[in-house]
Design a protein around this ligand. Structure first.
Ligand code: AMP
Length: 299
């Protein structure tokens, strides 16, 4: 089964205490699509400008990502720049230049409309709604978000949460949305807003799922060195939905293993700038880390 991924396709300029890398391939949909592509065919919907480097188109193609839904418009590609503090957890946005992203309307090519697995990666909730309006009866829809939308599009976001099967956000966003700084009580409140499945991401501490079958605490793969965590959350959710789309059986039965696979793909993302290390991962390297995580957490 293929996965439909809609989100931002960007050029990222990233500064860490050790290095600086301009105009890397980034964006929520880029990270999520490449992550999902390890497990399932991916259809990508996004927008880039005429300045978008050819080598990045080739990178999508190498990952066998279908690009019929990638709009190429006259103008500049969305450019985001950020800087990490020494602990590599705290990040400041230095600049956001919207370019062609400002007037982006996601359009689903006919063959994408029947997608059963839909990932609404981080973009404005109004655009996430627009994608759902075009999709014909998807089986499982995941939506991710960011603090910006809690600040400027709360109404649209609250309505979106009611329309999805699984809502994913990080711990500070969960606190902002529910007013509750306890992950477990925040999860209860988030369920009351609509979705059957809620996942709170905890950065290098992994993630917590709340589902009809109860909770699951998913570890992050322990890394000794983090080079650039940009896109780790997108890689997690991309790997997760890709794994689900490739698995037989019910969502309930597969979701926990899907989270572990997402967590492992995210670990590769953190080991290099942008997508540099993610694209070097293979199914067999992913499976090795999944096995190690299994050992680390079995008792
Ligand atoms: P993460 O590290 O998972 O929070 O995701 C970082 C990615 O989000 C970067 O690759 C950025 O290009 C992308 N990004 C930053 N700001 C926005 C925004 N306002 N809308 C959509 N994507 C964004």
């Amino acid at each position: 089964m293929s996965v439909l991924v809609v989100g931002s396709t960007a050029l990222d300029s990233i500064k860490t205490p050790k290095a600086e890398n301009p105009r890397l391939l980034g964006g929520s949909a880029s990270h999520a699509s490449v992550a999902a592509s390890f497990f399932a065919p991916v259809n990508l919907v996004g927008v880039v400008g005429s300045d978008f480097p050819r080598r990045y188109i080739n990178l999508y193609r190498d990952a066998k990502i279908d690009l019929e839904g990638l709009q190429i418009e006259a103008g500049k590609t969305f450019h985001w720049s950020g800087e990490y503090e020494v602990n590599m957890n705290n990040r400041q946005t230095l600049a956001t230049e919207l370019g062609v992203f400002e007037h982006f309307t996601p359009h689903l090519p006919k063959k994408y409309k029947a997608a059963k697995y839909v990932l609404l990666a981080n973009i404005a909730p109004a655009l996430q709604h627009h994608v759902l309006d075009q999709a014909n009866n998807p089986k499982f829809v995941i939506a991710d978000t960011m603090d910006l939308w809690l600040n400027i599009a709360l109404d649209d976001l609250t309505k979106l949460i009611k329309r999805v099967d699984c809502f994913v956000l990080n711990d500070s966003e969960a606190e902002q949305l529910t007013g509750d700084d306890n992950v477990f009580t925040a999860l209860k409140k988030l369920h009351k807003m609509g979705p059957n499945y809620v996942i709170v991401k905890l950065g290098s501490h992994g993630s917590v799922l709340s589902s009809p079958r109860g909770h699951f605490i998913c570890p992050a793969y322990p890394l000794e060195k983090v080079v650039d965590p940009t896109g780790a959350g997108d890689s997690f959710v991309g790997g997760l939905i890709g794994y689900l789309a490739s698995s037989k059986g019910s969502i309930d039965a597969n979701l926990r293993r899907a989270m572990v696979h997402g967590s492992v793909v995210a670990s590769f993302c953190c080991e290099g700038f942008g997508l540099k290390k993610t694209v070097k991962a293979t199914k067999s390297l992913i499976n090795q880390r999944v096995k190690q995580l299994e050992k680390f957490t079995k008792f």
